[in-house]
Design a protein around this ligand. Structure first.
Ligand SMILES: Cc1cc2nc3c(=O)[nH]c(=O)nc-3n(C[C@H](O)[C@H](O)[C@H](O)COP(=O)(O)OP(=O)(O)OC[C@H]3O[C@@H](n4cnc5c(N)ncnc54)[C@H](O)[C@@H]3O)c2cc1C
Length: 454
């Protein structure tokens, strides 16, 4: 049986690990964060307790497999003492990269470095208490522009208008390149924030873009029924503060900082809609307008992190260009040499950045794992280094890794804090604190410490 390294313990990596382990192979997982779960732990909206608890149980089941080993708090790549090349010295028979989409996407316009300009993922990590984002400063002003019209925009607007633990903004402006029919969020998610939508301003906005929407054959009178059903159900809902407004057919083109270096205005270019074989796109109309904005959050999807060390292009990590037409490519391909990186795979959001919900990432991890299992069938690879050798290597590099046997101590400490503070959930938000909580808990309950920690 072979040893496979899985890098990243989000849904894609964990479900890939499960499949590979169930086929009888040893699996060693390396995860940047102390806790497993990726965006399921640090992205999904904080109050979705039921979903998060259910997923945590499934992840714990994966980690409980005796042939699955876990090194939490171990980042792989150029920004870490453990590069991808360093991993090869342990002779894994295959490696599966499930590192998600950790790069941030902006639009490349002037002023993007101004204070008060954030990427959605960083902000979502912040309010979901992922170190080090949890303790970074994400100050929010009075008028927040969120760029993008998907579920992540809804989550952020919901957090700012309903659940944040600081002063709420006065207004959130959703800025969208295309029109109301191209909104990508789910009705169920929007239902959480519909009460804040200023009905009058929304209807005025529909009138403002009516001609351009009609020009591509869309019927503006159907927007409410088809895209915003809560407006049909509750047409007379008086706006609740903070106010939510939409600005359709607008591409941000420049950020203007004020004297304090913080964003003060946003220039948006007006767009026309174009219908290209049924696909609605946007093109500049030639006019612009400035909006008074003091905070801007890009919610336009994420991209790959080039520092991991996999070959990458602008579209993401490069995968097999020769994969059969009906077969998604999972093997990593090096365009410089024109060859596959044998036995190296990508799955989940690392393969398709920001693509779909947990179920999709799980499926992708499992399909990728099937490719790995097929590749390994009948092969006689050199024996991989034992897990203890990897642990010794990490210790020599002064990396305080967290094995799976330490995780229950952390979860128990968080449960205790949740109860003691009378909260519905509590998370430690600092790596050093988590590491010392684990050490303290182990010292207090030595009888619970397993002899074979790995
Ligand atoms: C704001 C937001 C809200 C969402 N809400 C929902 C929802 O309500 N329901 C739903 O079903 N889906 C939701 N999703 C989608 C869901 O979270 C993703 O589909 C899923 O998490 C993607 O899984 P993944 O394993 O590919 O990547 P990720 O979940 O991003 O996991 C990547 C893992 O790789 C690790 N990692 C990263 N870099 C390295 C490295 N260099 N070395 C080692 N490890 C590394 C990270 O620590 C992480 O554990 C949401 C996503 C976002 C952004």
């Amino acid at each position: 049986m072979a040893t496979v390294f899985v890098i990243g313990a989000g849904p894609a990596g964990l479900f890939a690990a499960q499949k590979i382990a169930q086929a009888g192979h040893e699996v060693v997982i390396f995860n940047r964060d102390i806790k497993p779960g990726g965006l399921a732990e640090y992205g999904i909206y904080p109050v979705k307790d039921k979903m998060k608890t259910g997923l945590r149980k499934q992840f714990a089941k994966v980690l409980s497999l005796p042939n699955v080993h876990y090194f939490g708090h171990v980042s792989i790549g150029g920004n870490s003492p453990i590069t991808l090349e360093a991993l090869r010295q342990f002779r894994p028979a295959a490696m599966v990269f499930a590192v998600g989409a950790q790069g941030t996407k902006k639009l490349g316009m002037p002023g993007e470095d101004a204070a008060g300009v954030y990427s959605a993922k960083d902000y979502v990590y912040h309010y979901n208490l992922l170190p080090p984002f949890a303790t970074q400063n994400f100050s929010i002003g009075k008028r927040v522009a969120i760029i993008g019209m998907g579920n992540v925009m809804v989550d952020i607007a919901r957090w700012l208008m309903l659940d944040c633990d600081h002063a709420k903004p006065e207004e959130i402006v959703v800025v969208a390149r295309r029109g109301p029919f191209e909104a990508k969020f789910d009705e169920k998610e929007f239902a959480h924030i519909h009460e804040h939508l200023d009905r009058k301003t929304f209807n005025d906005e529909l009138q403002r873009v009516k001609d351009r929407v009609t020009a591509v054959g869309q019927d503006i009178s159907k927007v409410q029924a088809e895209m915003f059903p809560s407006l049909v159900k509750y047409p007379d809902q008086p706006p609740i503060s903070p106010r939510l407004v939409f600005r359709f057919l607008s591409t941000p083109t420049a950020i203007h900082p004020g004297a304090d270096g913080r964003i003060a205005r946003l220039t948006v270019a007006d767009n026309l809609l174009v219908n290209k074989e049924g696909k609605i796109g946007a093109k500049p109309a030639g006019t612009t307008e400035d909006l008074d904005i003091d905070t801007l959050i890009f919610a336009i999807g994420d991209k790959h992190d080039p520092s991991v060390g996999l070959p990458c292009a602008s579209s993401g990590y490069v995968t097999n260009p020769d994969a059969a037409r009906d077969c998604a490519p999972y093997e990593v391909f090096d365009p410089e040499t024109g060859k596959l990186w044998e036995a190296v795979y990508v799955v989940g959001w690392a393969r398709n950045a920001s693509e779909g919900l947990v179920g999709i990432a799980r499926h992708d991890g499992e399909v990728g794992a099937e490719h790995v299992v097929q590749y390994l069938a009948g092969r006689q690879d050199p024996v991989a280094a034992p897990v203890s050798e990897i642990a010794d290597f990490l210790k020599r590099k002064h990396i305080r890794f967290v094995p799976k046997s330490d995780l229950p101590f952390l979860y128990a400490a968080e449960d205790n804090e949740t109860k003691a503070r009378g909260l519905s959930w509590f998370k430690f938000s600092d790596d050093d604190e988590m590491l010392s909580v684990i050490e303290r808990a182990k010292a207090c309950s030595p009888e619970l410490v397993t002899s074979n920690a790995l």
